[in-house]
Design a protein around this ligand. Structure first.
Ligand SMILES: Cc1cc2nc3c(=O)[nH]c(=O)nc-3n(C[C@H](O)[C@H](O)[C@H](O)COP(=O)(O)O)c2cc1C
Length: 173
C-alpha cells in the first residue's frame, strides 16, 4: 500500500495546541507547520491535512485560513482538531463543531488547559474579567460555579493518549 502523505498545520497561543500537533507529528512521522506558513498552493504533495487550533470564545483560531483554501483542495482529506480548556463533554463538542461549521469535516477535540503566564495581555484581561464576573455573581448556576473553579488559575490537562482516536482514524484511511 502506498504511504499516506500527511501534514499537520496548527495555530496555538500559549503552546497547548502546538504540543498536541507535535505529538501527532511524532506518531504519524509527518511534516508540521504553523498556520502562518500554510499555503494551499504548496499542498500538492499531501493526501491528508490535519489542522489544529485552540478555542477562543467558541471559535477555533486560524481555521479560516484553512476554510478559505478548501475550494482549492478538493482531493484532500481534511481533519480538524480543537484544543480548549473545557473537559471533553459530548454536547459541548457537538456545539463547537456546529458553531465552527465543521459538520462535514472529520473533527476531534482534546482538552488542553490554561496558562496565565504565557497569555497575551488582551486574553489575560478577558479571562480576569470573566473570573471577576463569576466570582461575584450571585446565585451562580452549577455550570458557572464549575467554570469559576476551573479558570481560577493555570492548569494543564493535556495528555498524549487523548490523540489516540485521531491516530486510529488516520491509520484506518
Ligand atoms: C479569551 C479566551 C477565550 C477562551 N475561550 C474558550 C472556549 O470558548 N472554550 C474552551 O474550551 N476554552 C477556551 N479558552 C481556553 C483555551 O482554548 C485553552 O487555554 C487552550 O488550551 C489554549 O491553547 P493554545 O495554548 O494552543 O492557544 C479560552 C481562552 C482565552 C484566553
Amino acid at each position: 500500500m502506498q504511504e499516506k502523505r500527511i501534514i499537520v498545520v496548527y495555530k496555538s497561543k500559549t503552546g497547548f495546541t502546538k504540543r498536541y500537533a507535535n505529538w501527532i507529528k511524532d506518531e504519524l512521522n509527518c511534516r508540521i507547520i504553523p498556520v502562518e506558513e500554510f499555503n494551499a498552493t504548496n499542498m500538492s504533495s499531501y493526501d491528508i491535512i490535519i489542522f489544529g487550533g485552540s478555542l477562543h470564545t467558541g471559535k477555533i483560531i486560524g481555521i479560516n485560513t484553512l476554510k478559505n483554501s478548501l475550494p482549492t483542495l478538493p482531493d484532500k482529506r481534511i481533519i480538524v482538531f480543537a484544543i480548549g480548556a473545557m473537559p471533553p463533554i459530548e454536547e459541548e463538542i457537538k456545539k463547537v463543531r456546529k458553531d465552527n461549521s465543521l459538520d462535514d469535516i472529520d473533527f476531534f477535540y482534546f482538552q488542553g488547559g490554561l496558562n496565565y503566564e504565557k497569555m497575551g495581555i488582551m486574553d489575560r484581561v478577558l479571562m480576569t474579567g470573566l473570573k471577576g464576573f463569576l466570582r461575584f455573581k450571585r446565585n451562580k448556576t452549577q455550570m458557572e460555579q464549575d467554570t469559576y473553579e476551573a479558570i481560577k488559575s493555570s492548569y494543564d490537562h493535556s495528555s498524549r493518549e487523548q490523540i489516540r482516536p485521531l491516530l486510529e482514524f488516520v491509520n484506518a484511511r
